[in-house]
Design a protein around this ligand. Structure first.
Ligand code: URA
Length: 244
């Protein structure tokens, strides 16, 4: 039987951004931390890092934040940036403030442009991040594209053949699948993630992308009830769907 790893209570809470280890020791002494309802007064004690830890471990009667190994799906709204540093609204501003103090930090799995909306995954788990973005795993990303001008008619064939060379790149693109939805709308599915790839692919065909929305990653669709600007924790089934 595999046992969950454990972590000292003060270390765990400090890593989740609740405060310093010294402060966590004091909270525990004051009986403000409970495990299954019983006060945990000794913050040197270890707790198991299971996914359901918040069901057991409470601070001031409230479940603690998800332990390390967090994975989220966010409906990225237009106008937000996938950066920890830039000015202006960041995707990280959409998460609870305390989560900014987490160590390991939560990062986006790949990026979407400021002017792109849709499914964005975030995690503090480096192995998961690499598994999703590794070209070896061919996680397909499907985008709904709105164009300035009507499609010419040869885009699906050109993208599908692979080999398209984007400006200032030295390596040709892999084949991509395009489905026409209307004269100015298409679904484009990519298995790589180059800088501004969708916009540059249509620019190479003499067109201009006016709206871009990511609908899915692998077999994981953006849930219809996940409103722009909101997020939810990913379940094991969601994680499996990415690689299905
Ligand atoms: N391609 C783009 O051009 N922008 C994105 O955000 C994602 C893919």
């Amino acid at each position: 039987m595999s046992r969950a790893p454990t972590l000292r209570l003060d270390r765990l809470l400090a890593s989740l951004g609740y405060g310093s280890r010294r402060e966590m020791q004091a909270l525990a002494k004051n009986g403000r931390i409970t495990f299954d309802g019983a006060p945990m007064t000794d913050a040197d004690k270890h707790v198991p890092l299971t996914r359901d830890l918040p069901d057991h471990l409470h601070l001031d009667g409230k479940p603690i934040d998800p332990p390390p190994g967090i994975a989220l799906m966010l409906h990225k709204p237009l106008g937000t940036t996938c950066s920890h540093k830039e000015a202006g609204p960041l995707v990280y501003d959409l998460l609870p403030t305390r989560w900014r103090m987490r160590d390991p930090a939560i990062s986006t799995i790949g990026r979407l442009d400021k002017d792109t909306s849709g499914l964005l995954l975030l995690t503090d788990d480096g192995a998961l991040l690499h598994r999703v973005i590794s070209p070896k795993n061919h996680v397909a990303k499907r985008y709904r594209v709105t164009l300035d001008r009507p499609l010419r008619g040869d885009e699906a064939e050109t993208f599908g053949a692979g080999g398209l060379m984007l400006e200032s790149e030295t390596k040709p693109l892999l084949p991509a699948v395009m489905e026409t939805l209307s004269p100015t709308e298409a679904l484009l599915t990519l298995t790589e993630g180059r800088y501004h790839q969708v916009r540059r692919m249509f620019a190479a065909m003499g067109n201009h992308v006016t709206a871009l929305h990511r609908e899915s990653m692998g077999g994981l669709d953006l849930p219809a009830d996940l409103e722009p600007g909101t997020f939810r924790l990913m379940t094991d089934a969601d994680l499996a769907a990415i690689f299905a």
